[in-house]
Structure formats: structure tokens, C-alpha cells
Design a protein around this ligand. Sequence first.
Ligand code: ATP
Ligand code: MG
Length: 416
Amino acid sequence: MINIPKGTKDVLPSDSYKWQFVEGVCRDMAKRFQLKEIRTPVFEHTELFARGVGDTTDIVTKEMYTFLDKGERSITLKPEGTAGAVRSFIENGMANGALPCKMYYITPAFRYERPQAGRLREFHQFGVEIFGAKGAETDAETIVFADSLLKKLGLKVQLYINSIGCPECRAAYNRALKAYFEPKLDGLCYDCKARYEKNPLRLLDCKEENCKKINADAPSILDYLCPDCKEHFEQLKGYLALAGVDFQVDSRIVRGLDYYTRTVFEFVSSSIGAQGTVCAGGRYDGLIESLGGSSVPAVGFAAGIERLLMVMENAGATMPEEDKPTVYLLGMDENCRKKAFELTMQLRLAGISAETDHMSRSVKAQFKYADKIGAKYVAVIGGSELEKGEARVKEMATGQTESVSFENVVAYFLGK
Ligand code: ATP
Ligand code: MG
């Protein structure tokens, strides 16, 4: 017996309707906001993520699925969706097309993490990227999109926003952070000591209890924003108010990825504990240029689909189940089963969901099965029906029956 790899999950046929529901809501919302889908490979050159996600992030330092392929190329399974979307944007010259360029993706993502509830090694993300617009209304549109999506899914979440400024204001802030942390270095975890040297902002993102305590009184980035970044943040708040979206400012949010500038945000649910961040994103004006493209501003977010589903299930959300068959065709003996087979195929070709016997079951067992799969009607064909050229159709909910000639079966069920 070979088991599923640690940190991965099957979506079973009995559960996939939930995924289809969530994905359907995502696609529908994307349509309303005029976003088009992009699909990029599951693997990319390792360097794309090293440069694009940032080599001081947890993802790149600890979590990537990296291997040499048979041609000795270093390949990595995508740990997130933005880097691939940006690579494709540059490679396909999309900056020369109509801007803003608005896209979304639904993709598996891979991170070598310690598996726990809401934290998997293969998980799935729905993500949105808007390229080419630098104004705060585009940050707001991205956030409003996420908010609308989460509301449509019936989730109660809190939105936290922050600005982490541009490289200029960040330089001053990094100096202030270093000054704050320098006398406290001994108390920090091993990783934070490296963050102190390489990327002090990352210190605020540490999940170790001790580091969190030390972080508590660190200076706030909001006190270090340059006038332009401050104005951008104020405008964002104004647009969110116009859209009627509630938010709280949390100056501690810095996000786990290196490429963010100015706006960062998270939607958090209290119902799944430490893994409560269901959706996170921000602006990343420097990324496209740093990956070899022209200077194109961008903003986006990603939501973990497993976490969305967890929160929905905790909230008791009902999701529409997959379609039940309209009709089960029940043949009472072998000849009748052949007629049932023939009619079933005709019904399906006409667009009606129909089912029939595959197991040579008795009449009683077929009725039981039809009930189990939730067929709305059972069309019974016995010896006398076969002779008369008709089926006896029973509506399961009411028990009412009527006879329908074989020629009229398709037309009859088209109206049901
Ligand atoms: P966390 O702080 O929970 O580790 P992160 O900052 O690493 O999250 P992002 O890189 O921003 O997360 O990914 C966006 C979203 O993808 C998260 O908000 C979460 O919903 C989901 N996600 C991230 N990592 C995992 C994982 N290992 N398993 C399941 N979902 C995940
Ligand atoms: Mg993480």
C-alpha cells in the first residue's frame, strides 16, 4: 500500500463540488471585475523565485521544492503565483498591450512546511494581479475585489491594511529598526539574527513568541513614510471608504515576500486560529523591473483555497452540491436493460443527466440505488412496457407516475 505524501490531500469525488463552488465564485467575480485568467507552468527556473520572491524570505530560504532535472537545470515547483505571472507578463510583452493588464489564476503551490491544519505542502491559491497602474484606486480595487469575493463566499473576516513605503522611506525605517533591535539581538531567534543583517523589516514577520514580544515596541513604519507614500496610503483609505469596505490599519503587517512596496493587506478569520490569514497581498512596484522587465507598477493578492474552505466549513456555509441525475432508467430484465441503456445515451446526448444500471441489479436494488444517487425520476421499463414501446415514469418526490412513449422520452425530460 502506497500512501499519499505528507502534507498533501486528495479532493475526493464526494467533496469536489465544494472546490467547484469556490472556484466558480472566484471566476464569476473575476468576470465582473474584468480580470482574465492566466495559466503558467507548475515549475519554473529556480532563479525566478530566488529573485522574485526574495532570498531572505522563509519561502526561498526553507520552503522550496527544488531539484535538478535531467538536463542539470535547477527547477522549482511554484511556491506562489505572482513570480510566474510576472515572468509571463514580461516574456510576452504585455506591457505593450492595453494597460492596466488585469489577470487572475487558480494554481497549485508547493512549500516544504511543517504540515498542520491549514498548512500543507501542496495547496492551492486563487490570485489576482493588476499590472500598469500606480494610483491608490487600483490598490483599492484589488482589496474591494478580495472583500467582495470573501463576502460572496459567506465569510466573516477582518481586513488589515498597512503601508510599507517605497525603498526611500524604507531605508530610514530600516535604520530605525536596526537601532531598536541592536541592544536586543541576543534575545532574538537564529533566523531573526540573519534578518537583522539582511532585511530588518522581516523581523516584524517572525512567528516565534519571544521575537514577537521583543517586536511589540518596535518603531512603526507609518512614522517613516515619505510624503508621496503617505498621500498614497491616505488615498487608499478614502477609496476603501467610498466602496464601503471596513478596515483596520495594522502597522505590523509587512508580509512574507520581499517584493512589496507601499500597500500591504491581509484578510484574517478568527475561526481557524494561527492559520487565520485567508487572503493576503499588496503592491509590488519594483518586481517587474527587478525581473528584467520595464518599470511597471503592480498590485495583487492571493487567497489559499484550502483555508477558504476551512473557514467556510467552520462557519457552516452551505455549498450547492453537484447535479443529481434527472432520471434513472430502470430495466427489469436483460432486454429491458438494453432499452434503458439506449434511452440513457439518447438523453445524455440531448443534455439531460441520466443514469442506468451497471451492476445487473434486481429491480428492488435498482430502486434503492436510484434513491441513493438522488434521481428525481425513475423511468421503469418492464416486459409489458417494452411491448407497448413506453416507460412508466415515476416522480420520486410525489410518487406520481405517468407513461411516456420511448419516442417522447427525450422531449419529456427536456422540460424537467
Ligand atoms: P502564512 O503567514 O500563513 O505562512 P504566507 O505569508 O506564507 O502565510 P502568502 O505567501 O501570502 O502566505 O500566501 C497567500 C495565502 O496562501 C495565505 O494567506 C494562505 O491562505 C495560503 N497559504 C500560504 N501557505 C500555505 C500553506 N502552506 N498551506 C495552505 N495555504 C497556504
Ligand atoms: Mg508562510
